[in-house]
Design a protein around this ligand. Sequence first.
Ligand code: NAD
Ligand code: MG
Length: 382
Amino acid sequence: MQSITILGATGSIGTQTLDVVRANPDRYRAACLTTNRNIELLADQIAEFHPDLVVVREVRAAEELRRRNPGDVEILVGDEGLLRAATYPDVEVVMSAMVGFAGLVPTIAAIRAGKRIALANKETLVVAGELINCLLKDLGGSLIPVDSEHSAIFQCLAGESPSEIERIILTASGGPFRELPAEEFARITPERALKHPNWSMGPKITIDSATLMNKGLEVIEARWLFDTLPGQLSVVVHPQSIIHSMVEFIDGSVKAQLGLPDMRLPIQYALAYPERIANAHPRLSLSALGTLTFFEPDTGRFPALRLAYEALERMGTAPAILNAANEVAVAAFLDGTITFTDIPRLIERALAEIPVRDAPTLDDILEADTTTRRTVRSYTGC
Ligand code: NAD
Ligand code: MG
């Protein structure tokens, strides 16, 4: 029986992780669950999964949860609570599934405590990939990707030598605006951008998928997960989201991982690795699908992808600046403060104006994040 902490248990990845726990009660136990403020759902999760510890962001939410749950679950608050959940003694695996930069510090704490990491929170590797890799190396830790593309690459690399990789090919659905003419982009509303054609995800990653920043973040994530050079990372648009990504080797052979778009598969793969668990999910029928198509990404209409490559080439704190600028811009777009086309514009300005620090420490990364948030908020006047 494996005990799991789920950081971000009430989100899209968190609830699907609990689906996997529910389907495998003899293998997994949800020991610690955390949420930002969704105490209604957390209360249901406590009733069903009987965790030892739950964590909420604010004291008031904790008090409300205590009123609803007179049981014996421990309820903690804020950063201290997150660190306790990330390092909880009985826990072997930490599912890092909070959204955004907020996931970084608890994920580092979990690595330091010797936990195996199932990583959905890609922002952690985007902002601090080098630091995380050093920590994992020093401590002999392991981190298994949950992002579907990276899970696909990880599966393609099983039994292969990293030195024989020629190229990694990340697939991208292209999002809801793949075919929208450039002149209509400024009029895209949050409601339209929140409708992803293939995946049901949290709001931040759904907007990232619509701008293609999600693919940019994933390119940076892949750089650190698979220790490749930026020039070895390419992106192809594949609207059906059936091929989850590919690896080309030095002999020209290409391996791909395919499956229906369902995050429960990479989640359960990360939890069970190196084993596979049987499940009753619907199966892929290629003949029923008929056609798979592929296109070059258009960085003219989707400049966020180009900006991510530029931040990766620049390195240092540039990816942290890219990420923080994107988080602020996406929140402002969802608030209705800025337009869709302002998102990459603000990120580009932040990357041009905010000084980059090389070989950053964790403090440098935290500072780059804070400075960028303040600067980009000043651009938007919020
Ligand atoms: P979500 O918005 O649905 O859920 C986020 C979770 O984190 C929630 O439980 C929320 O309460 C919690 N949270 C948010 N801000 C917090 C804060 N400041 N402090 C503490 N808790 C906080 O997001 P999601 O779609 O599940 O995505 C989670 C992560 O997984 C992201 O990094 C995303 O890029 C990555 N990811 C998601 C998917 C997907 O299909 N949803 C796929 C690949 C990768
Ligand atoms: Mg992905």
